[in-house]
Design a protein around this ligand. Structure first.
Ligand SMILES: Nc1ncnc2c1ncn2[C@@H]1O[C@H](COP(=O)(O)OP(=O)(O)OP(=O)(O)O)[C@@H](O)[C@H]1O
Ligand code: NI
Length: 363
């Protein structure tokens, strides 16, 4: 079997804060293959973003104290800043929830895309020109090509009227269009891996569904590997091939999305899914279950979910919980599953629909 594009193995990332050590990611393992969309699902604070940021060590990722991250056969945990910078501009792109952070307000959107294309395509000569500080696009035909490429990318991400909008400034765009523009910049370098951290969370459901379907097309057409981070079961269901369920920095369950969402085995996955189904019916009781779940224990002995689990036994609270793996690529970290009173599948008839942000956003 060919090697995965990205392999994260036993990753441990921590923060040394005024209030002590925070073990944000505590032994997380997963892979992303070429042409595969892998989701990371978990509530707020479960370590999704820290996992993503650890991959490229962007924006204060914390200190990686254990494990390994291999991307295209390169070990990233020990890579130099220069290697990481090269990867980020080239092979790995990231998209975050807030597009305003990734866009420069003083340049037209098209120029920012063209710049990203240029960096990607820059030859040794261009690198030398960059080094010498010679400005880009002195050459009109180079700029014309870059502009055309940018227009194509705007079209690909669903920005209407790309010929006109290529000259627009970020503030002239709605939130949805801005997020599409960020995606276009991310795609300009033709990345092998796209890491998207809650890319549609602030958008209305129609825009969200459209952007997610474009991610799937990207995978289909360009064989891009995608790591999609979301707290929203519906987003994961719509988009991913496989999913990794995180709780308090640890993987509770992982496997093919259909199996995890229709026949979840870990009590945490089951709680997360039934809350999600009921939340979409605005069930207040479910909301209060979520509130109780959202306060992970700080102890790392045993299962992190033990205090909230209805199946807990003494064994769950001590030692480490082994992860079992079966032949269909399913992993489970639970001592008690399967449960004899298992009625989950018959109770949950369908995969919940996306219930992302409700902000109005016309794009
Ligand atoms: N810069 C930081 N300094 C200290 N602790 C941090 C820092 N960034 C994250 N953490 C902690 O690491 C843990 C995981 O955070 P992370 O941002 O990965 O959660 P998340 O799953 O992405 O949540 P959300 O859905 O809210 O984005 C949390 O306990 C968080 O408080
Ligand atoms: Ni996050």
């Amino acid at each position: 079997m060919s090697r995965p594009l990205l392999r994260v193995e036993n990753l441990q990332t921590r923060f040394d804060t005024d209030h002590g050590i925070v073990d944000a990611v505590n032994g997380v393992s997963f892979t992303v293959d070429q042409g595969e969309i892998v989701g990371i699902l978990g509530e707020s604070g479960s370590g999704k973003s820290v996992t993503a940021r650890s991959i490229c060590r962007l924006e204060d990722p914390g200190e990686i104290v254990g494990g390994s991250i291999t991307f295209a056969d390169r070990e990233l945990t020990t890579a130099t800043e220069a290697t990481l910078r090269q990867l980020r501009g080239n092979k790995v792109s990231m998209v975050f929830q807030d597009p305003t952070e990734s866009l420069n307000p003083v340049f037209p959107v098209g120029e920012q895309i063209a710049e990203s294309v240029r960096i990607h395509q820059s030859s040794e000569t261009q690198r030398l020109l960059d080094f010498l500080g010679v400005s880009p696009f002195r050459d009109r035909s180079a700029w014309k090509n870059a502009r055309e490429h940018a227009i194509g990318l705007l079209d690909q991400v669903g920005i209407p009227n790309p010929e006109a909008n290529v000259s627009s400034f970020p503030h002239e765009f709605s939130g949805g269009l801005r997020q599409r523009a960020v995606l276009a910049i991310a795609l300009a370098s033709e990345p092998a891996l796209l890491v998207a951290d809650e890319p549609t969370t602030a958008l209305d459901t129609t825009t969200q569904a459209d952007i997610l379907s474009r991610l799937r097309s990207l995978r289909d057409e360009q064989n891009t590997g995608i790591l999609l981070i979301s707290h929203d079961v519906g987003v994961i269901a719509q988009t991913c091939d496989r999913v990794v369920v995180l709780y308090d920095g640890e993987v509770m369950e992982a496997g093919p999305v259909e199996r995890i969402l229709t026949a979840p085995e870990h009590p945490y996955t089951r709680a997360l899914l039934s809350c999600s189904v009921r939340n979409s019916d605005a069930d207040e009781q479910a909301q209060s279950v979520m509130a109780r779940l959202g306060d992970p224990s700080s102890s790392h002995e045993g299962c992190p979910f033990a205090d909230r689990c209805q199946h807990v036994t003494e064994a769950c609270r001590s030692g480490s919980v082994p992860t079992t793996e079966d032949t269909s690529d399913h992993r489970l970290a639970c001592l008690e599953a399967p449960f004899s009173e298992d009625k989950f599948v018959s109770e949950q008839q369908e995969i919940p629909a996306a219930n992302g942000g409700q902000q109005n956003d016309t794009a």
